[in-house]
Structures are given as structure tokens and as C-alpha cells.
Design a protein around this ligand. Sequence first.
Ligand code: 3HC
Length: 693
Amino acid sequence: MNEVVSYELHDGIADVLIDNPPVNATSHAVRAGLDEAVRRFGGDADAKAMVVRCAGKTFVAGADIKEFGRPALPPPLPDVLKAIDHCDKPIVAAVHGTVLGGGFEVALACHYRVAAADARFGFPEVKLGLVPGAGGTQRGVRLAGLADTITLITEGKPISASKAEAMGLVDEVAQGDLVEAARAFARRLVAEGKGPRRAGDLPMPTDDPDLFDKARKSLGREMRGQEAPMKALEAIRLGYEMDFESALVREYEMCKEMIAAPQSRALRHIFAAEREVVKVPGLSADVAPRDIKRAGVIGLGVMGRGIVMAIAAAGIPVTAVAADADHLAAAQKAITKMLSSTVDKGRLKQDEMDRRLERIQWSVAIEDLADADLVIEAVTEDIAIKREVFAALGKATRPGTILASNTSFLDIEALAKASQRSEDTCGMHFFNPAHIMRLLENVRAAGTAPDVVATIMAFGKTIGKLPVLSGVCEGFIVNRMLSKRSREAFFLVEEGAAPAAIDNVLVDYGFPMGPLALGDLAGLDVQAAARASRKDSATARELRADFPEQLVAAGRLGQKTGSGWYSYDENRKASANEDTTRMIAAHAERHGLTLRDIGDQEVRERLLFAMVNEGAKILDEGVASRPQDIDVAMVNGLGWPAYTGGPMFWADQLGLDHVLRTIERFQDEQGAGYWTPSPLLVRLAEEGKGFYG
Ligand code: 3HC
């Protein structure tokens, strides 16, 4: 056919093979080749049935995202699928790997589906800000029914082959060899005289407006701000409003309109950026990662426990070292309890829990880390204590063992010096809860060896994390940017913005919560301690805006004490706290401050542009090597809404000229100490460029 689609005849069965690495996406060549294959099959009198399958590790994993935004070359996917659908001889899809989006739609347009037992099926289009555009909503709903289709398409989560079979989306799950099973299936169809069976000929399931209503409400809550899931409901509904063929035409139009819309552009940017950040610029592919057969974690507080769990879950033996027997017992108990509760919820099998626990070797002796290939330090955030631990690790472990600190803001260079093994020393900053949060900020210090960088990036992926590389600076990427937002939030409170008004602005923008609610969640004592550690470099105004300290002094540490900026009920539901209002008024009186009305736009711009400006500085200083590193870190570490593309992408969409002018206005109003525009921002704005060029 062409270079990516081949056609062969075996015993009266046409074998159509798509071979388009890496994921067999329906690029132009695949569409053209498939179209030609169907035509050839139609005219091949010796071919009685056809099997469509893929080479490599997966069936078609979707439309080719790289072609989005460029003029689409014919034939469009829906036309190719129409040709498959309308073929008068039976076509069987033999699917394996990830059968996603346009790939799932190829399979659904085929008349029958045989799946490998470990195949995964899904419509991830909503995650790219899209709806399925090649019949997924219409064929899907006719085969799987309304409730399952709504879930599948609006949530975008994959399902197993057996579940797909139970839903009516798969005809057979192959027990042995997939190709053999699919050919046998095709031969049976021929022998039994069975022709094509088209999903479009099936009736729509009975309409159930309640299901749509319920879905609308839950999506409004769970996927707040995102346009695609609601549009997906509209697309499914097309089947009730028009005939099958017209619904397919409209569904494709919707998909194309959404490809051009800002949310999809932003989500596709994040998709590509997440794949880019794991590739470290300047790190040669020849640099082989070190082999990590055993890991170690020292310090078993909340973070250390989470890291131990993440490593054990990935199948890697880990030595967990606590300060003393009491801390060790507490950690053992906590980890066992967390795993048990996952088993109770049905999300983990008991035997897998047992295997994970067996991988953990418990100890109170640093010497037991002697056989570890990588040790992650997660002791108290105190530079003096960490220095001691790194000095001890430098002696207790053999040269070549990687020594990584989980610190969230302390100086990795100081720890490298203490270990006397700077080439082996680096940062691996996990986010809380460490066994769940995807982001891992790896930190390269001046002396960190290139193969250590390669190892921590690869190891991050092995334990299911999304690793981003940062250079050394206080707070690295995420916490450094976050600290500017927190500072601005406290200043806004001092100037008269109500805490709930501040938080609501960011929730409306798409964050899961605002800065003050986040303080309540993380613990105001933690925030106050972090402020105390930086007090020597703080300005008088920063010291004056001491709300975390005031709340802590009043015993209001946040959610854990039932009160902080807000009051919390036993279900941790927040409500306004009158004491907070009184605290702010007293603070203003004490310091002679005049409170004023502050509009939402000012709140939004001050909170968000403070981060954009800091991001630009981080980029300019080379702490992050690309804007992608910042966008991915902020989306995955701070919950910056992915559908805006992250701070740097979002700023580009606004126009850096506008961002710069606004920052310069804040500089005049608030003082240069807080709002000096980053030189990079100034340069790019003058050149009419964005962070992305
Ligand atoms: N188009 C183009 N390239 C794709 C792609 C796609 N749909 N999916 C993955 N790739 C590329 C990646 O960019 C990456 O490229 P790189 O090596 O240059 O960085 C390479 O394939 C491998 O991808 P991953 O690193 O993600 O590999 P994994 O093995 O971890 O995951 C996967 C494989 C599960 C297929 C994952 O890549 C994925 O989820 N892909 C996206 C699937 C998707 O969203 N499909 C729907 C597209 S929209 C659509 O189909 C619309 C339709 O309804 C008309």
C-alpha cells in the first residue's frame, strides 16, 4: 500500500498491517494507506474477510496530535472509517496495547473486534480538550449503552479488554496469540457466512435525560472549567437529534472546532511538554544511567514514608532508615495502615500489598544503607541536621551511590559539600503525598555528575513520577514561584481583599484551591516555620504581613485544628471565620493601614503575574532550561489548570507586552522591591516575542 500500511493475503483473509512508530497514530500516510487497503480488499475476489492490526507495542493510539493545527490532508479519518464501515465484506480489528481515541474509533468502525488480553481501551480526547471526532460517540453509545459511554468519553479513563468485552465493545478476548485468534475469528465468519455487522445499524439506547443531568452536575464539579467534557455530552446527544450519518458529520465538525480552541491548544501543549521535560538538554544519549538495584530512604516522616511507598510500589527493594526505634515503629504502622486502606477500598490486592511490604527493609542504622545504589534523604527541613546526615551518608555509602535530598528549599550545594561527594549529590524533591503526586523536581547542583542526572530522571519515571529538572535556588521551580504568590496574597489581605475573595479568584481561574485555603491545608505552622527560616532576608513589609504567625499564635494551624483562615467542620468543609475578619481589622489598625476595595482583576493579575515574572527570572537564570519545565512543574505540582497551558504558555497567549505593562504598573504602585520585571520578560516583550518564541 505505502510505507506504513501493508496488505497481504493469507488463506483468503486479507492481512492489513499498520506500522507507524512510535504509537501507530493515524497520520496522513496511515489514513491514505488504510483507505487504499479497504479499496483493494473490496476488489480482491480472493479475500473473503480482512484483519486490521498494528506492528509494535500498540494498536493505533489516536489521531496524530502533531498534525493538529495544520491543514488536514485528505482523506480525513471519518471518511476512511466510513469506507471500512460500508465495506460489504467483514473486517475484524485485532487490537493490542493502547487502543485510544482515533484508534478506538478505527476498531469500532471495523465490524468485529478481537483484543489481546492486556489491551487497554479509552477515549482520552477530553484530556486534549477534544471530543472524539471519528464516530466514537455514535458507534460507542450504540454498542456500550448510554451510561458506560458517558463515563468512558467524559472522563477519558482507559478500561481493560475484559471490561470492554463486558460492555459490548469487544467480541473476543484472545487467550493465546492475537493474530492467530483474529484470523481464526475471520475464518469462522466466512465459514458461517456472516457479513459485516455495523455499529451504526444498531438503535440508539433509550434516552435518559436524568443520566445527562447527573453527568452535567458531576462534571461541573469534578472537571470544573473544562469545556471538553460538557461538549462530549453534547456530541453523544447528537444520536438522539439526527440520523447516524448526520451525527458523524456534526461530531467531526465539533472535534475540528475544538482543535482550534484555546483549551485544546493549551492541553496539547502540556501533553507535548510532559514528554519533552524528561529529555535533558545537553545530556548526551551516551550517558548511561547508573543501575539502581536497591534504594534507601533516610528520615521516615510523612515525606519519607510516601517515598518508601512509591519505590516499593515500583518493585524496587528499599531500605528505610529512621532516627530511632519509635520513629521506625510509627512509620511501619503508618505505611501498613495506608496500604491496608487501599486494599479495603479494592484498589490494591492483598498479595501485592504483601509483596510491597516485603521489599522494605527497616532499620535504625545508617550503615544499613551501605548496599544502596541511591539514598533519598527526607529528614527535618533544617540545614544543620541535613548537613550532618549528608556527612554521615558520605561515609556510610560507597562512592557511586547517589545521595539525593528531598529538601523543598534548602541549599543542595551545602549538602554536596558536606557529603564530600559532590558528583554523587543532587536533589529529588517529591510533593506531598509523595506516593500519589506525580511531579518530581530533580535538582542538579554544580558538581552533580551527568550520569547522576540521567539516573534520577530515569528513576523518577521508573517509580511512576514525572521528573522535571531544576537548578539550585531557594525553593527550586515550584516553591520559588509559589512563595511569590503567597507573599502577594498576604499583601492583598493587608490592603483590604477578603481571604475568600482572594481564594475564589484563583478557584475561578481553575486552581483546585486558593493560596490561603492552601495554607490551611498544608498547615500554617509549616508556613510560619518556612517564613521564620527566611526572616533574615525578608523585607519589613514581608515581616509585617505576619498572618501565618498570628494565626498560629491563636492556636489556629489550619484544617488540622479545625480553624485557620477559615473554620472547618468535621468533614473539613470550610466556612468564613469571624476571628479572621477581626484579626485583619486589628492588624490594619495596629499598623495604621487603610483598607480599600480591590477588584477581582487586580487580585488575579497580582497573584498570577507574580508567578509569571518569577518564572521568567527562573528561566533567565537557567534554573529551568526551558519554559516547558516551568509549565509542567506548575501544572503538576501546584494544580495550575492544564487547560490554560501553565504560567509561561498562558502569559504568551495574553501577550508579553500586556504582562510587562501590568507588572510595570504594579512596580509603580507596590515598589520595585516586589515587582521588578524580569530582564528576560522585558527583552522578549520588546522583541514582540513570547517565552515559546
Ligand atoms: N500522536 C502523535 N504522537 C504521539 C501520539 C499521538 N496521538 N501519542 C503519543 N505520541 C508520541 C509521543 O509524543 C512520544 O513522542 P516522543 O518519543 O517524540 O517524545 C511517543 O509517541 C511515545 O509516547 P509516550 O512517551 O507517551 O509513550 P508511552 O508508552 O508512555 O505512552 C500512549 C503511549 C499511552 C499511547 C501515550 O503516548 C498517549 O496517551 N498518547 C495520546 C493518546 C491520545 O490522546 N489519543 C487521542 C488523540 S486525539 C484523537 O484521536 C481524536 C480522534 O477522535 C479524531
